[in-house]
Design a protein around this ligand. Structure first.
Ligand SMILES: Nc1ncnc2c1ncn2[C@@H]1O[C@H](COP(=O)(O)OP(=O)(O)OP(=O)(O)O)[C@@H](O)[C@H]1O
Length: 612
């Protein structure tokens, strides 16, 4: 298990998106406590702007609390790793649920979207715009009521990720961040974005829940963006009129004509009460008049740093911008997956194909000026503080893990038999073994127990969705543009950067050309030379020559004795003699010995044999 920060141990991947990979992880100090950790992709984590935004928005993300928002518990900066620690939701995301179970009934879809609108209303009141609302970012926990009944409990996640991805560093040239099928026209055009983009996303989501498909489709990302800008959505026959009224208002091209999240939630509950089979005539009547409830947002929350400026964009109609300006170059071909992951559009990847999970579009002309960051080339002003932050975090975990033990090196597992998907295509995170949603309930950080809804058999059933208790109206202050916060480094002075380590130059061999066995040969020659020198020294400095001479005499004497003995023996046995031509073996007359004696220069030996 790989540590992240000093508190978390990554266990197994739950899914992979365009901005990172989500892992199930253990909290070290809390035995049995599990969380979800989203490890952001390297290109995001390596961007100083993203990191500083990450640090700056820490407080915003941490304080965002709502029953329908997945709580962010912690943000970890560790070396080159950025991670968001969230509550773990044991349940599928809405995209997967839709794919496996088919569309919802109008009542269930309305109630589910009302819960999402509640979450949006709370976050908008806190100054946070989601900007990437889509079914994949709605997780479905299951709550067990006091009566033992299980209820689906939608929870909105990925708050702030779009904001991180949309950092000035990443979008220095005003690229688009979002998921094409769910992106609002003003985002596609690079116009100012407000909380109304989330309402547009909610409209698309609602449409998809009741029909099973998104309203604006195309062969590629550009066609989809064009459809958002130019096409009017059509009402499918299966969508009741009151529900269509809500959808149509959410999908208005003009952001100012869309309802606030608050009024959307209220209106959807009125619709849910009035379109079901058990609806009373009064409820049905109220549902038909739902348009009156969809009050526009008087004070929409502005997404900081988007568009040409709030004043210009807030009142501008969709016709103000030339629609052709959103057409990115080189994006006209390729297949298009409407459910593709969130697009993060770095400038250097402008030519990547549309089918890539991380969709890359070139800058939108006429987009935001980019403020101070636009065109910024030099080192980022936050960089020194960033390196100080990184150094501090480096100290928390400096541990080597071999690749086979490092979960970050492993890819998420696929179900056996499932074909491998090329990176970046299709929905990541789907098709994992069902075990990732255990049947038993899991204690969450907030003390709520969630379990996976029982697997449906037979034809897709509509999920049970009961209206959650109304949230008390939030008295949150309206959003004020955040002032850039000063990031205070710790009291101690930042550590001086370590000088690059000097590597000792490699010692070169005297013989650069490698000859196999040369080393051994050299050794042998050296030994022979040393032995010769020693022999010469010993020969001339010791009585060795005299001793050799006497030894030779001894040898001569012994040989002559042996020879005469042999002769005597021959004469006794009647043999004519042991000379040349004698068949009796004579050890001193062998050709071998003759050869040796003839060669070694010790001529005295020849004299001892039969020839002598
Ligand atoms: N808090 C969580 N608890 C449990 N599972 C989660 C949690 N957050 C995400 N997941 C799972 O991890 C998968 C990947 O999440 P991620 O947010 O990266 O994907 P995505 O929304 O499809 O990608 P992106 O938004 O980057 O396009 C999701 O499909 C979801 O099922």
């Amino acid at each position: 298990m790989r540590p992240v920060g000093s508190k978390y141990l990554l266990e197994e991947p739950l899914g992979r998106g365009a901005t990172g990979t989500v892992w199930r992880a253990q909290v070290r100090d809390e035995a049995g406590s599990t969380v979800a950790v989203k490890v952001l992709k390297e290109e995001l984590a390596g961007d100083p702007d993203v990191v500083m935004r990450f640090l700056r928005e820490r407080s915003v993300l941490l304080r965002l609390r709502h029953p329908h928002i997945v709580r962010v518990r912690d943000l970890v900066v560790e070396g080159d790793l950025l991670a968001l620690v969230m509550d773990l939701v044991d349940g599928p995301d809405l995209h997967r649920y839709l794919r496996e179970n088919g569309p919802f009934t109008p009542v269930a879809a309305a109630l589910l979207t009302a819960a999402v609108a509640d979450a949006l209303a709370a976050s908008h009141a806190d100054g946070v715009v989601h900007r990437d609302l889509k079914p994949a970012n709605v997780l479905l926990a299951t709550l067990t009521g006091e009566d033992g009944d299980e209820r689906m409990h939608p929870m909105l996640t990925d708050f702030g990720i779009a904001r991180l991805a949309d950092s000035p560093g990443v979008t220095r040239t005003h690229e688009f961040v979002g998921t094409p099928a769910y992106v609002a026209p003003e985002s596609a055009q690079g116009r100012p974005q407000t909380s109304a983009v989330d309402i547009y996303g909610a409209g698309i989501l609602l449409y998809e829940l009741v029909t099973g498909r998104v309203p604006f489709q195309g062969e590629n990302a550009i066609e989809v963006l064009q459809a958002h800008l130019n096409q009017q959505p059509r009402r499918p026959s299966t969508v009741p009129e009151p529900l269509w009224t809500v959808i149509e208002r959410c999908l208005r091209k003009e952001p100012a004509q869309r309802p606030s999240a608050d009024s959307l939630a209220r209106a959807l509950r009125v619709v849910a009460a009035g379109v079901g089979v058990h609806a009373t005539p009064a409820a049905a009547e109220a549902a038909l008049g739902v348009g009156a409830l969809l009050a526009p947002d008087e004070t929409p929350t502005l997404v900081p740093g988007t568009g040409q400026g709030a004043a210009q964009g807030a009142g501008g109609g969709s016709g103000d911008a030339d629609p052709t300006q959103v057409l990115p170059h080189g994006q006209s071909g390729g297949s298009y997956d409407p459910n593709a992951a969130t697009s993060v559009l770095p400038s250097e990847g402008a030519n990547r194909p549309a089918a890539d999970g991380t969709r890359v579009l070139p800058p939108v002309p006429g987009g935001q000026p980019g403020g101070q960051q636009s065109g910024q080339q030099g080192p980022h002003p936050w960089e020194s503080q960033l390196s100080a932050a990184r150094q501090r975090n480096d100290q928390t975990e400096a541990r080597y893990l071999p690749p086979e033990m490092d979960p970050l090196f492993r890819r998420p597992r696929r179900q056996p038999g499932q074909p491998a998907q090329p990176e970046g295509q299709g929905r990541p995170g789907y098709g994992y073994p069902q075990q990732q949603y255990p049947q038993q309930q899991r204690q969450q950080g907030g003390g709520q127990g969630y379990g996976y809804p029982q697997q449906q058999s037979g034809p897709p059933q509509q999920p049970r969705y009961q209206q959650p208790p109304q949230q008390p109206a939030q008295q949150q202050p309206r959003y004020q543009q955040p002032q850039p916060q000063r990031y205070e480094p710790q009291q101690r002075p930042p550590a001086a950067p370590e000088p690059p380590r000097q590597h000792e130059p490699r010692r070169r061999s005297a013989n650069p050309v490698k000859i196999p066995g040369l080393g051994c040969l050299k050794g042998c020659l050296t030994v022979i030379l040393v032995m010769v020198v020693l022999f010469v020294i010993v020969w001339y400095t010791t009585p060795l020559p005299h001793w050799v001479d006497s030894t030779r005499n001894l040898w001569d004497a012994t040989s002559s004795w042996a020879h005469s003995a042999w002769d005597k023996l021959s004469s006794i046995t009647g043999d004519s003699g042991g000379g040349q031509g004698d068949n009796t073996p004579n050890p001193l007359n062998t050709p071998d010995l003759n050869g040796i004696t003839g060669q070694n220069g010790l001529g005295g030996l020849n004299g001892l044999n039969g020839n002598g």
